[in-house]
Design a binder for this molecule. Structure first.
Ligand SMILES: O=C(O)CCC(=O)C(=O)O
Length: 324
């Protein structure tokens, strides 16, 4: 992470004052001009530029993103990556969820039994030989996330743990395996706590992988809360303003794949000098990744993590994402 802005309580107090001022302004405006009911989602942009006018419109959109990012950089309240402790639901909403700003939250998982228990041996003993689904054969294909279904494999859980103990990127139990694995992995739920301040649903999606497991650069169609339980993960976060440099062609993926890989940067030199933030997730850390923020994730060791999307506030971006 880059610079360290002022402490969060000061920032939250300032923010509350700003909110009060803004509400007064809105009140005055709405008395004069009634605001229309929530408008329908805007029509999706065309998938490919068709002509000069489309190209110019895209350039202008990129220009605005750059100018706005430069303006945010004027203030540590508006840019950068903050670390917070004791962040109430209200401060999380106003400071991060609503503005779409990432934040690393420390201490919110204190006391979860999983933090002490979830070693490879414990997990293997607890779940035993129950059959589970995971992503396999990843070493032989770069597009394993795009073509998830081709990589669905099954194995007794103990055998899967042996596979990932030795490290590498070939086998990874990911969020896309969660629904299938829910019954087999249910015994682990008693080791987890709750994050009631931000979430209405305690249902998380489990990730288990070895050192070297890698999720390529993409963004999510929902806001997402990562909860690291075991081991360390290196997360690189890139704001949506940088999208024009990320060769965004396939669904939610960047053709750059890995902004730390020199070979990929040679192919995509425009991705060299991006605005980006780096976080080392360690056990007990929560990381809020807002919808649309690019991220890539590498496990530095055997790692277990949960991801949550059941926030108290609307989180349905996926329903209106333009397909193409
Ligand atoms: O931990 C990982 O490997 C990837 C997590 C992620 O990218 C996500 O939840 O969107």
């Amino acid at each position: 992470m880059s610079k360290r802005p002022p402490s969060l309580p000061t920032q939250a107090a300032d923010m509350r004052m700003q909110m009060a001022l803004r509400q007064i302004d809105f009140g005055a405006a709405s008395a004069a001009t009634p605001r229309p009911a929530a408008s329908p989602a805007p029509p999706p942009p065309k998938p490919k530029p068709q002509n000069d006018a489309d190209r110019l419109a895209l350039k202008r959109r990129d220009w605005l993103a750059d100018v706005q990012e430069a303006q945010r950089a004027l203030s540590p309240y508006a840019s950068g990556l903050l670390t917070a402790e004791n962040l109430s639901g209200e401060d999380f909403l106003h400071g991060f969820y609503a503005p779409g700003r990432p934040v690393l939250i420390k201490g919110a998982m204190a006391g979860w039994p999983a933090l002490e228990r979830w070693t490879p041996d414990y997990l293997a003993d607890r779940i035993g030989d129950a059959m589970i689904e995971y992503q396999g054969g990843r070493s032989s294909a770069a597009d394993y996330e795009l073509k998830k279904d081709k990589h669905r494999k099954r194995a007794p859980f103990r055998q899967f743990i042996d596979l990932v103990r030795s490290g590498g990127n070939d086998a990874y139990l990911t969020a896309s395996n969660s629904a299938t694995n829910a019954p087999a992995l249910a015994p682990l739920n008693t080791d987890l706590g709750h994050i009631d301040a931000y979430l209405h649903s305690p249902q998380g999606m489990l990730w288990i992988g070895g050192a070297g497991a890698f999720t390529p650069l993409h963004f999510d169609l929902t806001n997402n809360l990562l909860a690291q339980v075991t081991g360390t993960k290196r997360v690189i976060l890139i704001p949506p303003s940088q999208t024009s440099r990320l060769a965004h062609r396939n669904h939610v993926f960047s053709d750059v794949r890995d902004v730390t890989d020199e070979a990929r940067l040679k192919l995509h030199p425009q991705a060299r000098d991006l605005l980006r933030y780096e976080v080392m997730l360690t056990p007990g850390d929560l990381l809020f990744i807002p919808i649309g923020w690019w991220h890539q994730v590498r496990s530095e060791s055997f790692s277990t993590m949960l991801t949550y999307t059941g926030f108290h506030w609307p989180n349905a971006g996926h329903q209106s994402y333009p397909a193409g």
